[in-house]
Design a protein around this ligand. Structure first.
Ligand code: MTE
Ligand code: MO
Length: 197
C-alpha cells in the first residue's frame, strides 16, 4: 500500500508547486562533496541524546523496522521541484518510538557519512511524512541521492533531508547544521520561500 501525501501543500495554504519553483521530471544531484562509500557490514545507525534508549542499529536491524511507502513531492531550494517520488522507508515517529524520546527534547540534529549535518525542531520531525528512505521508485535508493539511507522532508526544502544519514541526536536546545550555519534558512518552508537567512 502506498500513501499519497502530495496534498501536503494544503496544510501550508499553498499551491502544489511552491512559489518560485519550476517542476522538473529529472532528479538532479546536489551534494557538498563526493558520494561517500559505505559497507553494509560495518554501517551502523546511532540514535542518541535525550532518549530513553540509545540505539546502535546494523543495516539489518534498521531495515527490520516497520516500513511504508509514500508518494511525495520534493522541493530543492535552488528552484526545482520533483513531483510524485515514491519513497520507502521508516517514518521518523517510528524511529523516535523505538528510542523513546525524553520530555526535554525539543530539537533534532541529523548526521551523515559525508560529514553533513542538518537540524529541525522536534515538532517538524514528528510527522509521518518525514522518513528515513532506502528505496526510491521501487529500487534501492541510488548512492548519489543518498543511498543506502536518506531523510526526506517534503514540508521543507530538501537540504533539511540528510543523504547518507547515519545518526540522529535529540537535543534539549536548538543547534544549526551545515547549511543553516552558512546562510540557508533555518526554517526552510517552501510555501513562504524561506530560502536564505
Ligand atoms: N549528507 C548530505 N545530505 C544532503 C546534502 C549533502 O551535501 N550531504 N545536500 C542537501 C541538499 S543542499 C539538497 S538540495 C538535497 C539534494 O538531494 P538530491 O541530490 O537527491 O537531489 O540533499 C541534501 N542532503
Ligand atoms: Mo540544496
Amino acid at each position: 500500500m502506498t500513501t499519497d501525501v502530495t496534498d501536503l501543500h494544503e496544510e501550508f495554504d499553498g499551491e502544489r508547486l511552491p512559489p518560485g519553483q519550476r517542476e522538473t521530471s529529472k532528479f538532479p544531484v546536489l551534494s557538498k562533496g563526493s558520494t561517500p562509500d559505505w559497507d553494509p557490514e560495518s554501517w551502523n545507525f546511532t540514535v542518541g541524546g535525550a532518549v530513553e534508549d540509545e540505539l546502535d542499529l546494523s543495516w539489518t536491524e534498521f531495515t527490520d523496522l516497520p516500513s511504508e511507502t509514500q508518494t511525495q513531492d520534493f522541493h530543492c531550494v535552488t528552484g526545482w521541484s520533483k513531483f510524485d517520488c515514491e519513497f520507502t522507508g521508516v517514518t521518523f515517529p517510528t524511529l523516535a518510538e523505538a528510542a523513546g524520546v525524553e520530555d526535554d527534547a525539543v530539537h533534532v540534529m541529523f548526521s551523515a557519512l559525508d560529514g553533513y549535518t542538518t537540524n529541525l525542531p522536534l515538532s517538524d520531525c514528528m510527522r509521518e511524512e518525514v522518513m528515513f528512505v532506502y528505496d526510491f521508485d521501487g529500487d534501492s535508493l541510488p548512492a548519489e541521492h543518498g543511498g543506502p539511507l536518506r531523510v526526506v522532508t517534503p514540508h521543507k526544502y530538501a537540504y533539511k533531508g540528510a543523504k547518507w544519514v547515519d545518526g540522529v541526536e535529540f537535543l534539549t536546545e536548538p543547534e544549526r547544521g551545515y547549511w543553516e550555519k552558512r546562510g540557508y534558512s533555518n526554517t526552510a518552508n517552501p510555501w513562504e520561500e524561506e530560502r536564505y537567512s
